[in-house]
Structure formats: structure tokens, C-alpha cells
Design a protein around this ligand. Structure first.
Ligand SMILES: Cc1cc2nc3c(=O)[nH]c(=O)nc-3n(C[C@H](O)[C@H](O)[C@H](O)COP(=O)(O)O)c2cc1C
Length: 386
């Protein structure tokens, strides 16, 4: 864990995670899809957007806290759902949830996680739950009811998955979710003995091989053995009526994730959503997707006064969070930034990622002369000329 002391930013945590994790696991986290165009678009959009510094104003009391759905959050940030933390670290979802609770941020548990949702809820803080809808919708509703009973406060329904992603690197690495033992993955595991011992080894000696523990029993599939039916079972016949159905079942806040168009954002609200996530899934699904930063302004203009807007895909620096807020988001979701932390050092690594982002955000707010999150706006963006 000593490596964390030498991590000064998210890129450093990524590098520690890259060395520690098997290649198949690391590339599943790190890469996008097909030619990695959307992945590049996301980062380029952040790099191309410039903020204007403001001088000779009081920045002695910069505060990054805000409220998300009426409750305090130490940063305008939520941990995104990623169904892989449990392969980056033993019960990585639990570690990430503990880090989020300590940092005062909501944490979202993915449907495809390896730690029981009831255990993750025990980490305290503000647990949120992410849903993928199965073809047998009643099974999804059961999961939603279970999440409500376990104390999850917000439901995120992810809708941008379509027919599944074409991530060729996974096939090349012999990696699949659930994790399969095959010639390539065995070589990969054996060349990362610390991971093999402390992640797979701990699962085997406690509950057995990791599995999609929150799935209904008939959909569960150990990380070895039979072919995953995951994608075949994911609903590809869904409609806006399903939002209304979830609205009926779910007692808490309902958020639709994967919105890239103003008209879809309007529809989501018309059908009962409390918030939206502007997201291209971190550049992991449709490689022709524009950067979320490029579509955010029109969505914020269309629905910003009616709802809570989250945005994700590409946040790696605290300044990126400021840029999202300046373009009209209320908060960001972080996927890889905090996953790199988990992959580098479990809960301590995730806490490091969060403190790095917070510190960078504080500096950026001081540069642009804004002491409060609510004061960040479009006026902070350089639009060419002056
Ligand atoms: C390894 C990995 C697994 C993911 N799994 C899920 C998932 O199960 N459900 C979901 O809604 N989004 C999933 N996502 C997408 C994230 O929730 C989020 O939209 C994305 O990571 C944001 O981009 P960023 O990684 O650049 O921050 C995953 C992302 C990654 C990197």
C-alpha cells in the first residue's frame, strides 16, 4: 500500500492499479470500446474547455460542499456504478462504499456487483442502487424492492446499454464478466500473484468463487464455468412506460442514466424521473458518441430548472468537476477515477482518489474566484476573445 504515498493524482493511482491488476481486469476498467474514439472525445472535451481566472477577490474560505437531493454532500459528486470493484479488490464495492461514507458522498452499487447489497448498505453513508432491467421484468422489480428494503435511497436506471458493447480487448485478453478461468486468464492471474492471493484467494476461502451475488438465483453464474447469459437476459424491449412502472415501485429518488439528448431528458422528467445522468457510459458503449461535455449545455438549457442534472464520462481532475458545473450540471459521477483508487489500494486508495479530486477542485475554485459551488456558472468559461 506504500505506493499510495507516491500517488499525487488520478493518473498515478491508475499506474499503481495497472501494475497490480491482471491485464484483463485492468483493461476492462481502463479502456473504452472499438477504436476508443468516444473515450478520447470525453477527455479532449475537458482539455479543450478553458476556465477564466478571476483576480483580487477573497478566496480565503473556499467550500466544496453542496446538497444532492436535499441532503448534504462534501462535494458535488457521486460514486458511479461500476460492476467490477469486487474484482479490483476483495469486496471492493464494500471498500468503495466505506470510503464514500467517510468522505460524505453517495455511493452507487451496480447490479452486477460481487458483494451482497445488504452488506454494502451496512457501510453507512448514502447508498444508491443501479439497475439493469432484465427481460423478465418482474425479477428486476424484485431486486428494486429488495434495494428499498435494504435502505438504498436512490435508484439509478441505466438505459444506454442497447445490444451490449463491442469491447474487443476483453476477447483478446480472455476476459469476461463473470470472470472465466481459461488459458489466457490463468497466465494473467499467475503473473499477478498478490492479486490472485488477496482477491480471488479470499473469495475462495470465504464464500467461494465470486459471483453476481445480487442477481436472482436463476441468473447467477459463478465466475468460472458455464457461459454467461447476462446480456441475452438484459431487456432490449423497454419504453418510457417502464420509467413510470419503476416510479410506482420505487419509494426514493429515481434517476435515469445514459441521456445524451435534450428531448430524452424532457421525456424522462415527464415520465416521473427526479434526475438524469448525462452519460456516454465513460466511452464504453457507442464509440460514435460525442463527449458528454458537448451535449450537456443543451440538456441543461432544456431541463436545468426542472431537475437535478448529473454528468459523467471523463472526470479525472478536480478542475473537470468545476467545468461540469460551469456548463450546467449539479454534480458529477466518477467511474474510473475512484476505481483506479480501489485497484491501487482498496478503501485507502479510494479515499486518496477522493482527496486528490477535492484538493484540485478547491484550487480551481480559488483560481476562478468562486468560494461556493452554487456560484460556479457559465461566466467562468472562456469562450474565445474576452
Ligand atoms: C469498469 C466499469 C464498469 C462499469 N459498470 C457499469 C455498470 O455496471 N452499470 C452502469 O450503469 N454503469 C457502469 N459503468 C459506467 C459508469 O457508471 C460511468 O458512467 C462511467 O464510468 C463514467 O466515466 P468515467 O469512468 O470516465 O468516470 C462502468 C464503468 C466502468 C469504467
Amino acid at each position: 500500500m506504500g505506493g499510495l504515498d507516491h500517488c499525487y493524482n488520478i493518473a498515478d493511482l491508475r499506474e499503481v492499479a495497472r501494475r497490480r491488476l491482471p491485464k484483463g481486469v485492468f483493461e476492462y476498467v481502463d479502456k473504452g470500446t472499438e477504436d476508443m474514439v468516444a473515450l478520447g472525445n470525453n477527455r479532449r472535451a475537458f482539455e479543450d474547455l478553458k476556465l477564466l481566472n478571476r483576480i483580487l477577490v477573497d478566496v480565503s474560505d473556499v467550500k466544496m460542499d453542496t446538497t444532492i437531493f436535499g441532503k448534504p454532500a462534501s462535494l458535488p459528486m457521486v460514486i458511479a456504478p461500476t460492476g467490477i470493484a469486487g474484482l479490483c479488490w476483495y469486496e471492493g464495492e464494500y471498500e468503495l462504499a466505506k470510503a464514500a461514507a467517510k468522505a460524505g458522498l453517495p455511493f452507487t452499487l451496480a447490479t452486477g456487483s460481487n458483494t451482497p447489497m445488504e452488506k454494502v448498505a451496512e457501510a453507512g453513508g448514502r447508498p444508491w442502487f443501479q439497475l439493469y432491467m432484465w427481460r423478465e421484468k418482474e425479477l428486476s422489480y424484485e431486486l428494486v424492492r429488495r434495494a428499498a428494503a435494504a435502505g438504498f435511497e436512490t435508484l439509478i436506471w441505466t438505459v444506454d446499454i442497447g445490444h451490449g458493447a463491442n469491447r474487443e480487448h476483453n476477447a483478446r485478453n480472455g476476459f469476461s464478466q463473470p470472470y472465466k478461468v481459461n488459458a489466457k486468464s490463468i497466465v494473467d492471474m499467475l503473473s499477478h500473484p498478490e492479486w490472485m492471493l488477496n482477491v480471488i484467494g479470499r473469495y475462495i476461502t470465504s464464500s467461494g468463487m465470486p459471483e453476481h451475488i445480487n442477481y436472482p438465483a436463476k441468473y447467477r453464474d459463478k465466475f468460472t464455468g458455464k457461459k454467461s447469459q447476462d446480456k441475452a437476459l438484459r431487456a432490449d424491449q423497454v419504453s418510457w412506460a417502464d420509467v413510470e412502472k419503476l416510479r410506482e415501485i420505487w419509494p426514493g429518488k429515481l434517476v435515469i442514466k445514459g441521456i445524451m439528448r435534450a428531448d430524452d431528458a424532457r421525456r424522462a422528467l415527464d415520465h416521473g424521473a427526479d434526475g438524469i445522468v448525462v452519460s456516454n457510459h465513460g466511452g464504453r458503449n457507442m464509440d460514435s458518441a460525442p463527449a458528454t461535455l458537448d451535449v450537456l449545455p443543451s440538456i441543461a438549457q432544456a431541463v436545468g430548472d426542472r431537475t437535478t442534472i448529473f454528468v459523467d464520462s471523463g472526470v479525472r481532475r478536480g478542475s473537470d468537476i468545476v467545468k461540469c458545473l460551469a456548463l450546467g450540471a449539479d454534480a458529477v459521477l466518477t467511474g474510473r477515477a475512484t476505481l483506479y483508487g480501489i485497484g491501487a489500494g482498496g478503501e485507502a486508495g479510494a479515499l486518496k482518489a477522493l482527496s486528490v479530486l477535492k484538493d484540485e477542485m478547491r484550487r480551481t475554485m480559488a483560481y476562478i474566484g468562486k468560494q461556493r459551488v452554487a456560484d460556479i456558472n457559465g461566466d467562468d468559461i472562456w469562450r474565445g476573445g474576452n
